[in-house]
Ligand binder design. Structure first.
Ligand SMILES: Cc1cc2nc3c(=O)[nH]c(=O)nc-3n(C[C@H](O)[C@H](O)[C@H](O)COP(=O)(O)OP(=O)(O)OC[C@H]3O[C@@H](n4cnc5c(N)ncnc54)[C@H](O)[C@@H]3O)c2cc1C
Length: 440
């Protein structure tokens, strides 16, 4: 069977791209081996954000266990509903959804079971999976994996709230889980090798977030290397103090990053180039074979759902010979902890490291009327400007930080300067007035 475009993987990269390509008149075959919606819908963005919402509702209440069980049921209903929506989208004219594992037979042909599918162009959108570091108890050194160890996918499938949870890794996934489970009432400990959490975020914001989480009784062991996991015990070494200690937990979450799904695709044999972060692509998401593209987590550029989707649009536009004005260099991101963190553009330390001249201005939530009214005064917004006063970044901590950063992200798409921003009328009283304060 021959089509214009084959997409391998039905996550937010694959399914959104299939729908877009079909709207542009292409005949699309999309191949998915599990559930449509991928990591994001089934075991990533959506389930975590459903739990974040219910955790906020549960805050300060004593029946955390029952509320957690109800939250898990609600989360499952949301996933089912949204998945049905994606399934319906994948049955629209111009799209054929094929169930099964796709493998390249040759550079124009993908095989699923016994059936061959051929296409002029192919997009690889196979996503990523949790990465387990090579330590004893995690399957490293030939040892079995401790039955207490889970990945984020397995943790989200649990029906009961654990009493004690130890999280290895203080990145985005580790901190979101720490925030959710602690709010429902679990005792949470985070062990992190680096000296601060969220290493790619603004250092001041990362520190303030950690302190805020510590006030909510989440315990952090920073600068600590996990040496092994012995059944329900995490054994780690505090590197600075040269001290070995352990933590017992009912559940041990390994949140030490994700790896691209490039195995069992046969890309090596057809000659598609890949590196440790994933499949290598140019700015149009083309691999070294010009008719094969790789989008989303599998190319390791930015492991975000919206990045996967817009990279897919770029790939289709390139296939169609269309130029677009999608700014893939302006990629906002958020961490849905309590309080929330969000950012777009480089941090001050990245600007310094790259000798980019910049100035920074800050404003705090406490000085904002709406923040006082809704009792959400913990937070700050930091704006970074280049030498021409153009906004090049925004880093925020606090209630609705994602929306605040989204506004700046939109302005950055149009190269807005500080003085232009300071003349934009904002509704009073809103949290977005903090941006105005920061611009002055
Ligand atoms: C706990 C968690 C929370 C997250 N929260 C957020 C968030 O709030 N915001 C955000 O932007 N991002 C978030 N992410 C990241 C986001 O989920 C991913 O960036 C996004 O899903 C990547 O989309 P994708 O289409 O590249 O891959 P995926 O969503 O991983 O989809 C890939 C699909 O390909 C299928 N597949 C793989 N190999 C084959 C094959 N050979 N044949 C057929 N099918 C195959 C898989 O089954 C899967 O369905 C989160 C991730 C996790 C784990």
């Amino acid at each position: 069977m021959k089509t214009d475009l084959i997409i391998i993987g039905g996550g937010p990269g694959g399914y959104e791209t299939a729908a877009y390509a079909a709207r542009q008149g292409l005949q699309v075959t999309i191949i998915e081996e599990k559930n449509v919606g991928g990591t994001c819908l089934n075991c990533g963005c959506i389930p975590t954000k459903a739990l974040v919402h219910d955790a906020e509702e549960a805050m300060g209440k004593s029946d955390g266990k029952a509320l957690f069980e109800a939250a898990i049921e609600r989360k499952d209903r949301i996933i089912t509903n949204l998945r049905q929506g994606v399934e319906a989208l994948m049955h629209q004219p111009g799209i054929r959804l094929v169930r099964g594992h796709g493998t390249f037979k040759n550079s124009h042909c993908v095989v699923v079971g016994e059936e061959n599918f051929e296409a002029e162009h192919i997009i690889i959108a196979t996503g990523s999976t949790s990465k387990l570091p090579p330590i004893d108890g995690l399957g490293g050194n030939g040892q079995p994996i401790s039955p207490f160890v889970v990945t984020s996918e397995e943790l989200l499938a649990r029906k009961e709230l654990p009493n004690k949870i130890c999280i290895i890794g203080a990145g985005v996934i580790g901190l979101e889980m720490a925030s959710v489970f602690s709010t429902f009432g679990s005792k949470v400990t985070v062990v992190e090798f680096l000296n601060e959490c969220l290493p790619t975020m603004d250092a001041e914001i990362a520190r303030r977030l950690r302190r805020s989480m510590e006030k909510k009784s989440i315990k952090f062991h920073l600068g600590s290397a996990v040496q092994s996991i012995d059944n329900n015990k995490v054994i780690f070494k505090d590197v600075k103090k040269d001290l070995v200690a352990d933590i017992e937990a009912d559940v041990i979450l390994v949140a030490t990053g994700r790896k691209p799904c490039v195995e069992n695709l046969n890309i090596e044999n057809i000659g598609v180039g890949s590196g440790p972060k994933g499949i290598l692509t140019n700015e149009n998401m083309q691999t070294n074979l010009p008719h094969i593209y790789a989008i989303g987590d599998v190319n390791g550029r930015q492991m975000l759902a919206h990045a996967a989707t817009f990279q897919g649009y770029r790939a289709v536009n390139h296939i169609l010979g269309k130029t677009d004005n999608i700014r893939l260099d302006i990629m906002p991101a958020a961490v849905f902890t309590h309080p929330e963190v969000a950012s777009v553009g480089p941090t001050e330390s990245v600007c310094k490291a790259n000798d980019v001249p910049f100035t920074t201005q800050k404003a705090i939530y406490r000085a904002n009327g709406r923040a006082q009214a809704i009792e959400q005064t913990d937070g700050l917004v930091k704006l970074i400007f280049d030498e021409n006063d153009r906004i090049i970044a925004c880093h925020a901590l606090g209630a609705d930080a994602a929306s605040i950063v989204q506004e700046i992200s939109a302005l950055m798409n149009f190269d807005v300067t500080r003085s232009q921003l300071s003349n934009i009328i904002h509704i009073h009283p809103t949290l977005s007035e903090i941006i105005l304060d920061a611009s002055r």
